[in-house]
Design a protein around this ligand. Structure first.
Ligand code: AVJ
Ligand code: FE
Length: 430
């Protein structure tokens, strides 16, 4: 029985490794020039991400767990994210696209040998439950989402498949737009999800007074009303640093939006289309989300409020893996779904689309939970703790189901908006 469980786990890991690699190769199925060019100083050349995921897999699975002699130690520094900031990566002596594909496939072959031989019941925390494989899988999916953001920034058509249309259900208009969450204690974070990152642990008890949270993320239509109302010209809605950013960067609307003939248009993967009113707004910064919330007479939820609204299970709808009825994840569609499209993904409180569609900015800084211990290395989370990065929750349409759950924490600078970021509002009892 135990043996059957271990075999099933290894088969699942092998299948997930194959699937994420197909995804990475699809996003880099482009000419060398597209892969080597820097599409934005905010991002790495696509071929850097591609070889970096292979190098990460070599470091953690082959060297650390497998004890395999380094394959290409001379390239470690090139793919160390801390040695060279993104803007400077084009000048690195990176592997050419074909070489990069050969390198990562060579690593992968040996990774499957290690998977075959490794004892997943071992007490070593990297091996136990296949943690190290969960680590590299999630890491590659996270870089795939980063590559999608780079492809979106390139404004080149034809590089990203449009995917399926998300379900077109419209919101249940009889449902109240806000959900009341009663005050009380809940458990934040996790001590049991086997592949959870260090920053999600340990679980701890948090008391929250009661509050209201929006049933849906803020839509393009609602956000456009803030823009039309002069929201970007009125400092009263902005925190001082946000207002400085608006003036310095000349920001007037979400990234990729333009106004033409009295209508809002957006560029999505190189094509212009009218901004759909009922989709969650995406490509807004924390400052924009925070300003909108103030204009609307509300505020952003804290990450504790966001997580409590999920209802305390792996996903808002329960512990079952996400299906097409629950959430818009994994680049099934290449866009957020209209609000109301996933009644089957509601949390026990009735809050919808918490997972999938758009990453949701929260009011919280990225800080460790009480009792946090860095694992397996402090450069994943610990070096980012402080009052520099704001937390985002819930994943986007581009996030793979294995790289998101109700306890999952993402973070970014409050000015960033090339990620697939949106938000919902909250307010305290009134
Ligand atoms: C969690 C998305 C902020 O991309 O900087 C990738 C994920 N860490 N490689 C990032 C990550 C190491 C990380 N974010
Ligand atoms: Fe990385």
């Amino acid at each position: 029985n135990d043996l059957r469980d271990v075999t099933a786990l290894k088969e699942r890991i092998a299948a997930e490794l194959a699937a994420v690699r197909d995804r990475s190769l699809a996003y880099t199925d482009a000419d060398d020039e597209t892969l080597l060019r820097q599409h934005s100083p905010l991002m790495s050349p696509l071929v850097w991400d591609l070889a970096h995921v292979g190098n990460y897999e070599e470091l953690w699975v082959l060297r650390e767990v497998g004890g395999v002699t380094p394959l290409r130690p001379e390239i470690d520094d090139i793919y160390d994210a801390f040695k060279t900031p993104r803007k400077d990566r084009p000048s690195l002596p990176m592997l050419a696209p074909d070489e990069a594909r050969r390198y990562i496939s060579g690593v992968r072959g040996r990774v499957l040998d290690v998977l075959d031989a490794v004892d997943l019941d071992d007490s070593d925390p990297l091996r136990a439950g296949g943690f190290v494989f969960g680590l590299v899988l999630q890491h590659e999916h996270q870089h795939d989402e980063t590559m999608l953001a780079t492809l979106q920034l390139s404004r080149q058509p034809g590089l990203v498949r449009d995917g399926a249309l998300p379900p077109g259900r419209s919101p249940n208009l009889s449902a109240a737009p806000e959900v009341h969450i009663p005050g009380g204690v809940f458990t934040m974070g996790t001590g049991t999800v086997p592949w959870a990152y260090d920053n999600e642990r340990p679980a701890y008890r948090v008391h929250l007074p009661d509050y209201w949270i929006d049933r849906y993320p803020v839509t393009n239509g609602a956000y456009a009303a803030f823009v039309e109302d002069g929201g970007y010209r009125d400092p009263q809605w902005w925190v001082p640093r946000g207002w400085e950013w608006v003036e310095r960067a000349g920001v007037e609307a979400p990234l990729f939006w333009t106004k033409d003939g009295g209508e809002w248009w957006r560029i999505r993967f190189g094509r212009e289309e009218q901004v759909p009113e009922d989709e969650p707004v995406q490509h807004v910064s924390w400052y924009e989300a925070d300003a909108y919330a103030r204009w609307a007479g509300k505020r952003l939820p804290t990450e504790a409020e966001w997580e409590k609204a999920c209802g305390g299970r792996l996903y808002p709808w329960g512990d079952a893996q996400p299906g097409l009825e629950q959430a818009n994840l994994g680049h099934h569609a290449a866009r957020p779904a209209p609000v109301g499209a996933y009644p089957g993904g509601a949390s026990p409180y009735g809050v919808e689309q918490l997972v999938g569609d758009v990453w949701e900015w929260t009011d919280s800084w990225f800080q460790p939970y009480p009792g946090y211990r860095s694992f397996p290395y402090k450069e994943y989370s610990e070096v980012f703790f402080g009052e520099t990065y704001r937390v985002l929750r819930g994943g986007s349409w581009a996030t793979h189901p294995s790289a998101v759950r109700t306890t999952f924490r993402n973070w970014d600078h409050p000015i960033r908006r090339q990620i697939f970021s949106g938000f919902r509002c909250a307010r305290s009892e009134s």
